[in-house]
Write a protein that binds this ligand. Structure first.
Ligand SMILES: C[S@@+](CC[C@H](N)C(=O)[O-])C[C@H]1O[C@@H](n2cnc3c(N)ncnc32)[C@H](O)[C@@H]1O
Length: 182
């Protein structure tokens, strides 16, 4: 067998393990749009998903992506200028390269909604491998939505905040709250 054939095979064997946990379902119509829910109990510290990301060029992001729907599927990402830039200066316009950009999350990672009160999923960037790993922060019970935190500055109205502001819809809900407080 020639070296040209064996090399790609070896790389495939040494590749990055990708993971998606059992018991995840996508629900299409929720107050937050589509969302990821647990279809069975999931223990704390379970790796739910490893999503590759597409790191965007900061200029393209500012001029184009920021003005499209895609922007809502990106996370902040530290930017490393391409090797042809010298001393942190871009060769195109002479200005210092930006430190941050956005990365588009591929895979299921893009479907996790935000929750301030009920965040049950944490996420971690792997800058070198351009991946994000999503892990449960606590035990999750069947039927719960799996939510991350997008941080303080949201670009949309938080449906959970709106629900809290309007108060419980009926007395069954009030009783449920009381059970939780007990
Ligand atoms: C990364 S996407 C998540 C998937 C999205 N729900 C969908 O259907 O494609 C982020 C978008 O989901 C919605 N979203 C996420 N969390 C939300 C929340 N707490 N309240 C309202 N909308 C939310 C917002 O429209 C936000 O721009």
């Amino acid at each position: 067998m020639s070296a040209e054939i064996t090399r790609p095979l070896k790389e495939a064997v040494d590749g990055i393990p990708l993971q998606r946990a059992d018991g995840l379902i996508l629900v299409l119509e929720t107050p937050k749009g589509r969302g990821v829910f647990a279809s069975k109990d999931i223990p704390a510290r379970t790796v739910l998903e490893v999503s590759p990301v597409l790191v965007l060029d900061p200029k393209e992001n500012d001029e184009h992506i920021k003005h499209t729907e895609l922007y809502h599927y990106t996370y902040n990402w530290p930017y490393t200028a391409p090797q042809n830039g010298v001393n942190g200066k871009s060769q195109t316009n002479g200005s210092r390269a930006p430190l941050m950009t956005q990365a588009l999350i591929l895979g299921l990672g893009s479907m996790f909604n935000h929750s301030t009160q009920h965040q049950n999923v944490g996420w971690e960037r792997d800058l070198a491998k351009k991946l994000i790993t999503y892990t449960t922060l606590r035990n999750v019970t069947k039927g719960e939505e799996l939510c991350i935190s997008y941080g303080q500055r949201l670009t949309f109205r938080d449906s959970e905040e709106e629900q809290m502001a309007s108060g419980p819809e009926d007395w069954t809900e009030v009783l449920n709250y009381m059970e939780l407080i007990d």
